[in-house]
Design a protein around this ligand. Structure first.
Ligand SMILES: Nc1ncnc2c1ncn2[C@@H]1O[C@H](COP(=O)(O)OP(=O)(O)OP(=O)(O)O)[C@@H](O)[C@H]1O
Length: 768
């Protein structure tokens, strides 16, 4: 039988543990020694490159650059500090079949030959020894897949899976799973040892901070299938709260980069619902060894220069998200040239004549220019042309047409002189600037804050109260559109940007005269060049509008207008879309689904469902499921993997005024009870109030409006005013379901009188 820690006495168990830790420590020492050698190699290359630079020939200079660049990159990766560089090991029996599709064969062991034939260590990056043997296998390599895929029912060749806990260079512990308890496997002639009890449970029970951790050492089989799914087309993943959708999406980004770095160097975009979730998840990819190629952006920051985190009231957000806005914005862009400052007459004096175009003429000309679909800003050269033609026609009115070639050529010369003269005149240029100004999306949006104008453009597609809601939401913008915009507005600005096109700007190349004279640009250090290159890469990434892969997190919340905005950044992209319809805060999920379908077009789709809840203990999941039954009847909740024995607490206050005091003392109590974070979730309109309730309780406590809680998690959560959250919009029950599923250890539901709590403090909504 394998040596099992459970069957041993306390001291013997410690000895077995210590022995196994020592085995892994020895391996980790070898890995670090090898990393040290690689580091020295890289430093040598860098030194050598610099020596060649001092030799000074142009060829040497180029060679120096290439070598130094490579060595610099290498150094950067190797010196990256990983908290746990090495985290896994699998012991495998010899294959009885060759590898299939690059993956090791998954056929079960031959019981007649229980010897371990191969041991593989899994880590964040691959490391080879001096003979090119694998010391550590990159977790994304096909050979590492069995570490994640093997289960007792389908062990393949894996006999034992070991999770190694290490910090820096020290191994702290090991946790084993024996996948073939029916065998008596031997390693180096001795029975295999199995120690520890559950790496996954140990990880899940850990205190949470304000940043998400990677799950690379404990990815589960159904998650691994998503992470390693083929990239082509669209990968659609659904799963309830806490099933690891966000974690899986981020690990998939790292996997895709490993798998096809050249293709995905084109950029991976991760679209996240809130800036809070962006900062929560931002550290995961660097911890996986990936930086630079992945942009994580909040949906309110997808348009360069915009960083919206304000929410409209639900009724307004619904209008702004709906595809009814498309036609309205298209008309708005084309009508935006008409404003209070639009000149109604053009008057120029040329070749001794006064030429005049009146309001009617000008209206007609503008209609001609605007015919078709060309973006408005791009039509300015055409507008200029049409004006000149109209002025020339007026000048020539009543004059004889040229009789022969000579007269025609002469007339052509006159016309050129005329145009040169007119287009040099301030009068004409100022007129053109006012009549066909360069339009910005913000200015066009601001111009819609006029109910009559908006009504005209809406052509009956919106009711009067709807128009009023829209106008009210934009009223604070000044004429240029300066002022805060909402998250929903950002998709409208993007739509307008497409309708307007980039403003026409003559290109001026500015050359620094000093650089031009001395060729200073050439004489730079390697460091300068690398810095400049980095800056250029960062600028290119920030400017990028088209990505190779787009990952949408919390996809259930994207409105039709937001799908259009994301789609514009994914014209040639493959997709990973993760979400949970039961958590949707968008009022009309069917409309959003249709918008997603339209965005994906004919791309092939592969679907996955994640079924296990790794976040909430069973006690909290049970309470949340009572809301799920009302919010999305018929939806199966995911199965919670662990239980803490701590039941959710219900507390009620007799008056609304007492809510703040009660919330504060409950948050303080929970801060004592858990080691990590405590979040209090309230209706959106109470979030400022809630921030005051917990002021001074320290950084571990945060107050969030219901919509801000998306995707986040805390050791303990207080959900205050549940019926307030449920009543916020038609999607309120789904938003409440989100709020109730944020906690990893403790949940308190705090009710006010409007929640109609029973004598035990349980609000009416939770009497499921
Ligand atoms: N295989 C795993 N091993 C360890 N922890 C895991 C694993 N899968 C998920 N988790 C943890 O479970 C928690 C929930 O994961 P995540 O936030 O990705 O879920 P989600 O499906 O996106 O949830 P939601 O829909 O509520 O936003 C996180 O703390 C994550 O680290």
């Amino acid at each position: 039988m394998p040596e099992k820690s459970e069957s041993l006495s306390g001291t013997a168990e410690e000895t077995v543990f210590d022995r196994e830790i020592a085995v892994e420590q020895a391996h980790l020492d070898t890995v670090y020694q090898r990393l040290g050698e690689k580091l020295a190699e890289a430093e040598f290359i860098l030194d050598d490159a610099n020596r060649k630079f001092l030799a000074g020939t142009p060829g040497a200079l180029a060679e120096r650059d290439a070598q130094a660049y490579q060595a610099g990159r290498h150094l950067q990766r190797l010196t990256n500090e990983f908290e746990d560089f090495l985290f896994g090991r699998i012991d495998l029996q010899a294959p009885d079949r060759p590898e299939e599709d690059g993956f090791p064969s998954q056929t079960p062991l031959d019981p007649a030959d229980p010897d371990i034939a191969e041991t593989l260590h899994i880590g964040r990056l691959g490391v080879l020894d001096a003979e090119y043997g694998p010391l550590v296998i990159d977790w994304r390599a096909p050979a590492a897949a069995p570490f994640y895929r093997a289960t007792p029912r389908q062990p393949g060749r894996v006999v034992r899976r070991r999770v190694i806990r290490s910090r820096g260079r020290k191994v702290l512990g090991v946790e084993d799973d024996l996948l073939r308890p029916d065998l008596e496997p031997r390693l180096d002639g001795r029975p295999i040892t199995v120690v520890g009890d559950g790496a996954l449970m140990a990880t899940l029970g850990r205190a949470r901070s304000h940043t998400m951790r990677d799950i690379v050492s404990s990815i589960q089989q159904e998650q691994d299938e998503v992470i390693r799914a083929q990239a082509a087309g669209a990968t659609l993943v659904t799963g309830g709260p806490g099933t690891g959708k966000t974690a899986v999406a981020l690990h998939r980004a790292a996997y895709l980069l490993y798998h096809d770095r050249r293709r995905y160097a084109g950029g991976i975009l991760v679209v996240s619902p809130t800036p809070l979730l962006v900062s929560y998840t931002e550290g995961v990819l660097p911890a996986l060894g990936e930086e630079g190629q992945v942009a994580i952006r909040a949906i309110g920051s997808l348009v360069d220069g915009e960083e919206a985190d304000r929410y409209d009231i639900p009724e307004t957000a619904r209008l702004k998200g709906s595809s009814r806005m498309v036609a309205l914005l298209r008309r708005a862009a084309r009508a935006a040239l008409d404003g209070p400052d639009t000149p109604s007459e053009l008057r120029v004096v040329a070749l001794g004549e006064v030429l005049k175009l009146d309001a009617d003429n000008l209206r007609g000309l503008r209609r001609t220019v605007l015919g078709g679909n060309t973006p408005v800003n791009l039509l300015r050269p055409r507008a200029r042309r049409v004006l000149l033609d109209a002025l020339w026609t007026q000048l020539r009115r009543g004059r004889p047409t040229p009789a022969d070639r000579y007269e025609r050529e002469e007339l052509q010369r006159q016309r050129e002189a005329f145009e040169e003269y007119v287009t040099d005149e301030d009068v004409f240029l100022d007129f053109l600037d006012a009549w066909w100004p360069a339009l910005t999306p913000r200015a066009v949006l601001a111009a819609l804050a006029d109910q009559r104008r908006l009504g005209g453009l809406a052509r009956g597609a919106f009711t009067r109260p709807e128009l009023r809601l829209l106008v009210d939401s934009w009223r604070h913008l000044d004429r240029r559109g300066r002022g805060g915009v909402s998250v929903a507005d950002v998709a409208l600005l993007d739509e307008l940007q497409v309708q307007l096109g980039e403003p026409y700007r003559p290109r001026v190349r500015e050359v620094d005269p000093v650089d031009a004279l001395t060729g200073l640009d050439e004489v730079t250090t390697y460091g300068d060049r690398q810095r400049r290159e980095q800056e250029q890469r960062a600028a290119a990434a920030a400017d990028r509008r088209d990505y190779a892969h787009v990952i949408v997190d919390e996809a259930q919340d994207l409105t039709p207008m937001q799908w259009r905005m994301v789609g514009r950044r994914a014209r040639n992209a493959t997709w990973t879309i993760v979400g949970d319809p039961a958590q949707s805060s968008w009022i009309d999920p069917a409309e959003a689904q249709a918008a997603m379908d339209e965005t994906l077009g004919s791309k092939p789709r592969r679907r996955f469902t994640l079924t296990t809840n790794y976040r909430n203990p069973a006690e909290i999941a049970e309470v949340a499921s009572r809301i799920l039954a009302q919010a999305a009847p018929g939806t199966e909740p995911p199965v919670a993997v662990r239980s803490t024995g701590a039941l959710p607490r219900f507390a009620a206050v007799a008056t609304e005024d007492a809510m703040g005091e009660a919330a504060r003392s409950e948050v303080a109590r929970l801060l004592d009870e858990v080691q990590g974070t405590v979040g209090i979730v309230v209706p959106m309109e109470r979030r400022e109030e809630a921030r005051e309730w917990i002021a001074g309780l320290g950084e571990r406590a945060v107050a969030l409006g219901s919509l801000e809680a998306k995707g986040l998690e805390y050791d303990a959560t207080v959900v205050a005013d549940p019926s307030g959250i449920a009543g916020e919009s038609e999607a309120g029950l789904r938003v409440l379901y989100v709020a109730l599923t944020r906690a990893t250890q403790r949940l308190t539901v705090l009710s006010g009188p409007l929640d109609l709590p029973d004598s035990a403090g349980v609000p009416a909504l939770l009497h499921g």
